[in-house]
Ligand binder design. Sequence first.
Ligand code: HSE
Length: 414
Amino acid sequence: MTKKLNIGLFGFGVVGESLWQVLRQKPSLNASISKVCIKHPEKPRNAPASLFTTDPDDILNDTSINVVVELIDDAEAAWKIVGGALKKRKAVVSANKKLIAEHLVELLELQSAYNAPFLYEAACCASIPVVRNLEEYYDNDLLQSISGIVNGSTNYILTKISEDGLDFPKALKQAQEKGFAESDAALDIEGTDAINKLTILLIHAYGIIARPEELTYTGITRLHENDAQFAREKGYEIKLIAHAHKLNNEKVAAFVFPQFLKKDNPLFYVKNEYNGVIIESGLADKQFFNGKGAGGFPTASAVISDLSALRYDYRYEYKKLFNQQPTALTNDFYIRVYVSFDAGYALPADLFEQIEEWAGNDRRNHVLGTLHFSKLANEDWWKHNNISVILQPDAFVSQPAKRVKARFEELLLV
Ligand code: HSE
């Protein structure tokens, strides 16, 4: 006999309403929503008025409610709700990646102090079951790398620009209308949502606790029309990619950047609001997960999977953090990039260890070359002056030969 789940839901937006509809239509799930806490009672809702409250305590103090599902967009308000619910020893399911990324340490402490489960499969790549897979299936020692498209809105925008010729504002508006974007869409387009998700992947993949602001990232707002033109000429797609790669020294390189992809990369074919994750392990080689990364029902599907897991008392054990040797992050590696900038701007050649191409016209120039990653992680030259940095398809390189750099400098002098 499985446990009956009596749910108090916070938030009745795109995902909350989808969850309500699914649970109502599927009594076999043995889970029902008895109260929904909302912020705007004046909004019309497709559910009986008696279901709603504006007082969080109506859920938190109700002892018949054994599960809190948190689906609101305000991370700080969510922190109060989730913290309050765990302290009452209620199980909590959340889709709030910002909350998790920003309060990971406190959330770990609360789970342990109050012995209450906290699950969040929906917070990372929505319908793709990546969190539980990393937690349960992949051993830290064997896990070589994760690379993925983890934000549906930016992927939708890039697809609409490249395939339908939409301009950026129109494509963004569509992503918002379809319910893919965050209420504050800057989180999507500036890469913050992707880096928040990467911090979640890091703890379950490698036992690394990283604060989002410690990691280097950018979104798609710096991309330039000439970058798209370059991609078209080479037969590349530009995608926003989150990376976590274990290097030869066993440390992990983790960052989010736009990247040119070739047709040999399965992420090349991931379009619209879909997400894709490639997991590379020592023995299994590459595995590819593909699925909807945003939207009401796809996200609700992950929430439902967490609810089912709660019925058999599943909780994350954070195995890599507590039971295995956790590893550490590093910025000490080399990366192949494309940098584009306005003609007239003097990009210092000494940023590069190696330069493969320096070309341009009277409006825009680009360089293909290899940088030490600290030039991106510790310096902010690339965040100003209309500069765009895109990773090359085969971005990771071992130490480049300085000789080639010297040769290039000779050429510049001639
Ligand atoms: N705004 C997010 C995205 C929603 O576009 O991926 C799903 O996390």
